[in-house]
Design a protein around this ligand. Structure first.
Ligand SMILES: [Zn+2]
Length: 372
């Protein structure tokens, strides 16, 4: 059914009435609008509600036909108000909205915690500079202890700067802006994604606009993820900031401009989008190898490598789910509400961002102690 035909069906039904109990039933089950009984007809007061039923893939307007393996529980052409309140209803986007909204809340909490912790770090470092003597090199066992403590203290920056972690004297806290650029980029991506999933059922125009914002959010998250590692690793040789951060930002702007084309937002270009985002991520291999060579003897190399490898595995696995549309491809209709590929992809994106956050804390702590 085309979009125009679909609208015609909706208009045609405006004169028909509706079973008052139907709306509550519709919250949990899809309704085949074509086969609805004639005795659904009722007073005009329920006419408006009639549009807010969950429909099947076949009944969707063309612009919403994205994943043919999700058969039911779709919202289509809902008002903004109904779309907003549908965050508390079960449909096939509910978990897509919540996974990234909760991810946003998590990163907002981490940002607030770090903003509040900074003065205490300054105090602690001042205290440490007076209290602890300089001593020798760290070793491999120190590495694993660092990783363990770093993981356990991901939220608490104050604890990560406790004296048992390192023996070198802290110099002065480094600037935090690259770290907050990453946190800001992650929050923008997660929030724009959840807004996109919540409201893209409203209209074709809004759907396109929100998809563009969503892709811009993903690109922004990829670009901003480069800021903490590149800035802190090459802090003493800033020309590399311009090379790598300039390079990834240009690549990101090119991506955003390319994905403004409505055609590239369609399901046909799913693999192309994944490829372009993955390429941006893989750009990180170049400064990664460079950094590993420059810091080969740094004991923190293994810790950050572990975090960043975890991030890469989360993101690449997520991309594989996004492109392959497994598991719904194997059992169409079984994963409409929970467990489909996009939800798995969302969760893996949050986990990848968390792993990168862990790596960023290690970079910060290292630079706080080792200025240029
Ligand atoms: Zn999404």
């Amino acid at each position: 059914m085309t979009f125009v035909e679909d609208q015609a069906v909706v208009l045609k039904r405006k004169n028909k009435k509706m079973d008052p109990t139907l709306d509550s039933k519709l919250v949990s089950q899809p309704v085949d609008v074509k086969n609805r009984k004639k005795d659904d007809d009722d007073q005009g007061s329920n006419k408006a509600k009639k549009r807010y039923v969950l429909v099947s893939f076949k009944e969707l307007p063309e612009y919403m036909k994205d994943n043919e393996f999700l058969l039911n529980y779709y919202r289509a052409n809902w008002s903004l108000k109904e779309a907003l309140f549908s965050i508390f209803r079960w449909h096939n986007e509910t978990l897509n909205v919540w996974t990234h909204f909760l991810g946003f809340v998590l990163f907002l909490g981490l940002t607030m915690t770090n903003l509040m912790e900074v003065p205490q770090i300054v105090d602690l470092i001042t205290f440490l500079t007076r209290s602890f003597p300089i001593s020798g090199d760290t070793n491999v066992s120190q590495d694993s202890e660092d990783l363990f403590l770093g993981t356990a203290n991901l939220i608490d920056l104050k604890r990560i700067t406790t004296p048992e972690l390192d023996v070198n004297l802290p110099v002065t806290p480094v600037t935090r802006w690259p770290f907050y650029v990453f946190l800001g980029g992650s929050m923008f991506c997660l929030l724009s994604s959840s807004i996109c999933h919540l409201f893209s059922c409203h209209s074709h125009h809004l759907n396109l606009t929100l998809l563009r914002i969503d892709y811009t959010g993903i690109t922004t998250m990829i670009i901003t993820s480069f800021f903490p590692p590149i800035y802190y690793i090459f802090q003493c040789d800033p020309k590399w900031h311009f090379v790598y951060l300039g390079g990834i930002t240009s690549l990101g702007l090119f991506t955003i401009i390319t994905l403004l084309s409505p055609t590239l937002s369609t399901s046909k270009f799913r693999a192309f989008r994944a490829l372009i985002f993955s390429s941006m991520g893989l750009f990180g291999i170049v400064p990664g190898i460079h950094a590993a060579i420059v810091n080969w003897s740094n004991p923190r190399r293994n810790i950050t490598l572990a975090y960043e490898s975890a991030m890469a595995i989360f993101y690449l696995t997520g991309t594989m789910f996004y492109v392959s549309r497994i598991p719904e491809r194997l059992k169409p209709g079984w994963f409409d509400l929970a467990g489909h590929s996009h939800q798995i992809f969302h969760i893996l994106v949050v986990m990848g961002a968390l792993a990168h956050y862990g790596a960023s804390l290690v970079f910060l702590e290292w630079r706080d102690r080792n200025g240029c």
